[in-house]
Design a protein around this ligand. Structure first.
Ligand code: GLY
Ligand code: MN
Ligand code: MN
Length: 431
């Protein structure tokens, strides 16, 4: 039984069919196969279906495919449940559809040429062998992406559940942060509480960084203990049925921030609020990044760390010394959902020195993370080439005492609507 209603899945398939009409004579979207763990004998990694397949089929089972032709619409093919699976796993999900063993004959009867075949999802797999072209695949995928970027009501419902579980996890983490507690213990408490409140998985590897580790963008928690006067950066989100939250908060270890930590925290909390308010239809995502960069650059000038005009600091990319990543990305079905760029734009266009993962105007139904951050990263700040290039833009002497702050990031998840943006993670206090 799929978690999604028959109506919701039918509506998704209709929207997808209208979008891909004309792009191919055959579209085959595969789930993928489990991956063996190298050297692990019969052990496999936890299977995650390709999001294109899961979105269309509502099934998280491996080995299946959704086939589309202009005449017949969508036909689901599924891998039947075996006695062996029942022995080892109990009653696995058994989605409705034709036996995938029939797919080969079905494809022959369909007779689509490889030039007009788009192989999406996980591509050719053990159960599905068919030839298509990259051009046909890319064309169909672009059209499917346009449709998948808009979350339907059932997807938003899952994201609200994921956010509730995540809020409980972050509240627990906040409670246990105290001098002497280590990163791993914070992670354990956060994840346990997130699971207790309805998550069935963490959406990605939790990030918990104490002290200098808060300046490592994707730090994996270890045994480092928190000390009074340090920061803890936590970036963690629970998932429900593959739909995840992606939330970052930065807390003081003692009761209050130090003066410098407070100044950086206050600065970062401005673009997270303003960026959230900018999540409205028609706003260019690069402009949301640029606005955050402006606020942060102007604040760093006031603190005496950067020098010069704000426009100049954005233009020269000096701001990326301290704000080196994009303002956010699409989130939902996985921690990196769809994303991409408008068809008339070059992929990978940077903004103010950062790689921004989305290069599109926002539309109602998009779900975005807004995650400004400021970091004092030794690998960036001690790089001789950067020190030379930005000799005038940075007051290198004034910068020194700020380096102990580490990093501050704040991250919320916003649904773009025709009215006010909905902040899914608003119940998690910023401090
Ligand atoms: N959790 C990783 C990120 O914020 O993108
Ligand atoms: Mn995150
Ligand atoms: Mn994120």
């Amino acid at each position: 039984m799929s978690l999604f209603s028959t109506d919701a899945l039918a509506e998704r398939r209709d929207r997808a069919a209208s979008a891909i009409e004309g792009a191919a004579d055959l579209v085959l979207v595969t789930a993928g196969e489990p991956l063996q763990i190298p050297g692990g004998l019969d052990q496999q990694y936890r299977f995650v279906p390709h999001p294109e397949y899961y979105w269309l089929s509502g099934s998280r089972r491996s080995g299946g495919a959704m086939a589309w032709t202009p005449d017949d619409g969508w036909t689901p093919f599924v891998r039947p449940v075996t006695a062996e699976e029942r022995l080892w796993e109990g009653d696995p999900e058994a989605p409705e559809g034709r036996d995938v063993a029939e797919l080969e004959d079905w494809l022959k009867a369909c007779g689509a040429s490889p030039e007009r075949t788009a192989l999406l999802g996980a591509g050719a797999t053990g159960t599905v062998q068919v030839e298509g072209t990259a051009a046909c695949r890319d064309g169909a995928r672009q059209r499917l992406d346009v449709v998948r970027r808009h979350k339907d009501a059932e997807e938003i419902g899952l994201l609200r559940r994921a956010a509730r579980a995540t809020a409980a996890g972050h509240a627990r983490a906040r409670e246990v942060i105290a001098p002497g507690v280590d990163e791993r213990s914070i992670q354990i408490e956060l994840e346990a509480e997130t699971f207790r409140h309805g998550a069935d998985a963490m959406g990605y590897e939790s990030i918990v960084g104490v002290g200098a580790n808060s300046a490592v963008l994707h730090f994996a928690p270890g045994r480092r203990r928190a000390e009074e006067g340090e920061l803890v950066l936590i970036d963690a989100g629970g998932a429900v049925a593959g739909y995840t939250s992606d939330v970052t908060r930065t807390y003081p270890v003692g009761r209050t921030f130090t003066e410098r930590q407070q100044a950086i925290f206050d600065l970062v909390s401005r673009p997270v609020r303003e960026g959230s308010d900018l999540c409205r239809p028609g706003i260019e995502w690069h402009d949301v990044h640029r606005r955050a960069a402006e606020i942060l650059a102007s604040g760093l000038v006031e603190l005496g760390i950067l020098r010069g005009s704000v426009d100049g600091l954005l233009e020269s990319e000096a701001i990326a010394l301290f704000f080196p990543h994009g303002i956010g990305h699409m989130v939902g079905l996985g921690v990196r959902d769809v994303g991409g760029h408008a068809p008339d734009r070059e992929p990978g266009r940077k903004c103010c020195g950062a790689r921004v993962r989305v290069d599109l105007p926002l539309e109602a139904g998009f779900v975005m993370t807004v995650e400004p951050g400021l970091y004092f990263v030794p690998a960036i700040l001690d790089d001789p080439e950067r020190r030379q290039r930005f000799a005038d833009a940075v007051d290198w002497t004034a910068l020194e005492p700020w380096r102990d702050v580490g990093g501050v990031r704040l991250e919320d998840n916003l649904v773009v609507t025709e009215a006010e943006p909905e902040n899914l993670t608003a119940s998690i206090p910023l401090s």
